[in-house]
Structure formats: structure tokens, C-alpha cells
Design a binder for this molecule. Structure first.
Ligand SMILES: [Zn+2]
Length: 76
């Protein structure tokens, strides 16, 4: 039993959010987001989190928390 229903596509979603995918991978990510409720919700959450971090939190967030988030994103 895996930790999340969709662990396999985590990597794809991260790349999608980072705009780090090839065209064919983007296609795969988008069709997966179409088909998968879990990832669609996760993607929306991650995207709004990023916007929030970019717009409001960058100056107000404690440095330690920023580093924690960066570690989370770069963990395998
Ligand atoms: Zn999924």
C-alpha cells in the first residue's frame, strides 16, 4: 500500500509546476491531470501555494521556513 494514491506522478507534477518538462511529458501531465482527481486537486493546491509564496510570503516568511520548503521541493 503506497503512501499516496498517485506517488508515481508526483515527479511529473513537480516538473509540470516547474515548467521543466519536455513537450511530450507536458502532454502526459495534462492528460493525467484531466483523468486524475487527486492530482488535479494537488496541482491546484501546489500552484496556489507557489503564487502565495511568490506574492506575499517571500518577504514575511521566516528564513527557516523558506529553507524547509526548498528542501521539501528538492527531496527525491
Ligand atoms: Zn494522479
Amino acid at each position: 500500500m503506497s503512501r499516496t494514491p498517485c506517488e508515481a506522478c508526483e515527479e511529473l507534477l513537480q516538473g509540470y509546476l516547474d515548467r521543466a518538462l519536455t513537450d511530450s511529458e507536458v502532454g502526459r501531465a495534462e492528460s493525467h491531470l484531466d483523468a486524475c482527481d487527486y492530482c488535479r486537486r494537488r496541482y491546484r493546491f501546489e500552484e496556489s501555494l507557489r503564487k502565495y509564496v511568490q506574492t506575499t510570503a517571500a518577504e514575511r516568511m521566516p528564513v527557516g521556513l523558506m529553507e524547509k520548503l526548498a528542501q521539501l521541493r528538492s527531496s527525491p
